[in-house]
Design a protein around this ligand. Sequence first.
Ligand code: ADP
Ligand code: GLC
Length: 488
Amino acid sequence: MKIAFATTECVPYAKTGGLADVAGSLPKALEKLGVEVKVFMPKYLFIDEAKHELRYNWDIGEMLIRVNGKVFSVHLHQAKLPNSNVEVNFIDCPHFFNRGKIYTNDHDEDERFILFSKGVIEALQRLSWAPDVIQCNDWQTGLIPLYIKDNYGWDRMFDHTATLFTIHNFAYQGRFSKSTLYAAEIRPELFYPGGPVEFEESVSFMKTGIVFADLINTVSNKYSHEILTPEYGAGLAGILRARKSDVYGILNGVDYDEWNPETDKFLPYKYSMKDLSGKLKNKKFLMEHFNLPFDENRPLIGMISRLVVQKGFDIFSEAVNELTSLNAQWIILGSGEYKYEEMFRHLAYHLKGKLAAYIGYNNELSHLIEAGSDIFLMPSRYEPCGLNQIYSLKYGTIPVVRKTGGLADTVKDWDEENYYGFDHGNGFSFYDYSGFALYKSVERAVNTFANKDIWKKIQLNGMKQDFSWKRSAEKYIELYKLAKEKRE
Ligand code: ADP
Ligand code: GLC
């Protein structure tokens, strides 16, 4: 089986969030199961060619690709995903990708990903490699399913190539003005009210992906149901409901080569279920680094996040006074919206010794916070899957989450589980999207921390769980087969 995986982010080359983790690990898990996978991503300016051993593909040479009536010179570079044989193909077009950032607010944001989408298909042609399925990820690749069937439909090479459209985040939809039709060379007949590429008078890349892909999936079972409802459907729920029987949910796995406290190269002290003493040492180390006084009896609450509304920072700010009055300390790592960055700068300034914040992106620190914290907070408004709560489970760091999407599928509330007579609760959760509900569940976690035996039991319940990619990769293989059947 041959799979092309089209993505705008991939660890270790370029990352803003979880998509990069998925792109850097799912293909490797598929390869282990005998699938031939090629990853395709843009070649951004900041990717370190020497460090990642990128090689220019001389056989292919120059590809000429037209976007918005202009012809661009495009080249292909290749590398292998670390510790694997998975080939990564970098679509190189400096005009669009030498920008310093993965996503921009530039006027030609549509053109950037039109070029990428065409680039993936043209590279496949030049490589004479017809995949069974092209897995497209999020709106940036939403035109590929249309292109394969329409603009490049003349190429018999793709007659048996199916497309799977994977939604990692339904709220970012890639909507552009009608002029994008011309830029993307989409047939104007496809644009009419309620038509396959039209959404509220704009061209929607997300909708196009949903309409033209052979199958659709999201990254957790719960989210695949949630986005069929108006509350989570971000305006497109109706479109998705029309294809309800083609929508699947597969929970993301995590890469335990990267995220495992027994082997994590960023941790000064390794630890395991059998011996948790290293965890406490990491906590001391982390707190010292942030000038927070260490107190064994006070839990340290960690947060690592994009600082955006999706992640629940509006309800966090609603309850911030109550939360920071609890007998706990805080470390926050994140960047995003200015008002939330300012909120944490302000809190760190006024609550010295109690709360520390690192505003920015720092991978090494994210590992240390996962290991050194006692509690990990993720109060998301919506969460397609979420990875940090799964990392937290492995690190014995008890998650407190809002019961939504992938958070609901992975975190089982300790009290609730006990109430029903199970004892495999691995965290704390709340349902109401309010500052009060958030506060109450953090309070429950902080109070439970005082009981060391129960705390350890909850920790171990999480640490022994296995969210590695193998099982999810097997489910993807089933989905690829189904997509292929649909295409035949
Ligand atoms: P999302 O993709 O919606 O941001 P996920 O939980 O799926 O949420 O993935 C977030 C990923 O990005 C995790 O690997 C997390 O550790 C990482 N991350 C988020 N913010 C930062 C940051 N400021 N510094 C380092 N890593 C971060
Ligand atoms: C998105 C979602 C996140 C998910 C990630 C990877 O960024 O917000 O919940 O884990 O994609 O699928």
